[in-house]
Design a protein around this ligand. Structure first.
Ligand code: GDP
Ligand code: MG
Length: 173
């Protein structure tokens, strides 16, 4: 593949309300962080270009519109996605349980080539941690997911997450 190759891929974010999905994508796309994120009104869409060694990956990132509040998302939301990022909050066991349900749903919905990441967010809140790193890592490994812990607040591992997914998307072409 020449270095001028460009691929375009849809990436969706899933996870409990409040896990930090919008904060992660806003941190990545705009380099900003807000303490009080307005709960998303209308689906948000961010287009980001990743310049990797082998090719350029244009990620069309879809953020939820708050409908995850009802613990359901229309399959239309993730239809056609090449990558999915399932986010939980490391200070909330409930959000971790919910994240695993999203993983199950994505694995059942059909696309066997979906590149998936499980992300434990709010790693800056160590003192309030409820979900162990090793536990989530073991689960991710058993299910073939990339795992990382991020902080949208400090930016820790945020761009690394998207670049890793970009590389994985390229490597399966
Ligand atoms: P979403 O519902 O999953 O989109 O979550 P939001 O991005 O709206 O974030 C929910 C709340 O958690 C907001 O008040 C954010 O400021 C806060 N938040 C998001 N990410 C982090 C993080 O990495 N660290 C901390 N301390 N707070 C965060
Ligand atoms: Mg949101």
């Amino acid at each position: 593949m020449g270095s001028s190759a460009i691929i375009q891929a849809k990436l969706v974010l899933l996870g409990d309300l409040g896990a930090g999905k919008t904060s992660i994508v806003v941190r990545f796309a705009k380099g900003l962080y807000y303490e009080c994120q307005e709960s998303t009104i209308g689906a948000a869409f961010f287009s980001q270009v990743l310049a990797l060694d082998e090719a350029t990956v244009k990620l069309d990132i879809w953020d939820t519109a708050g409908q995850e509040r009802y613990h359901s998302l229309a399959p239309m939301y993730y239809r056609g996605a090449a990558a999915a990022v399932v986010v939980f909050d490391i200070t909330s066991t409930d959000s971790y349980v919910r994240a695993k349900r999203w993983v199950d749903e994505l694995q059942r919905q059909g696309n066997p080539h979906l590149v998936m990441a499980l992300v434990g967010n709010k790693v800056d809140l160590q003192e309030r941690r409820q979900v162990g790193t090793q536990e989530a890592m073991d689960y991710a490994e058993a299910n073939g997911l990339f795992f990382t812990e991020t902080s949208a607040k400090t930016a820790q591992n945020v761009s690394e997450l998207f670049y890793e997914l970009g590389k994985r998307l390229l490597s399966q072409l």
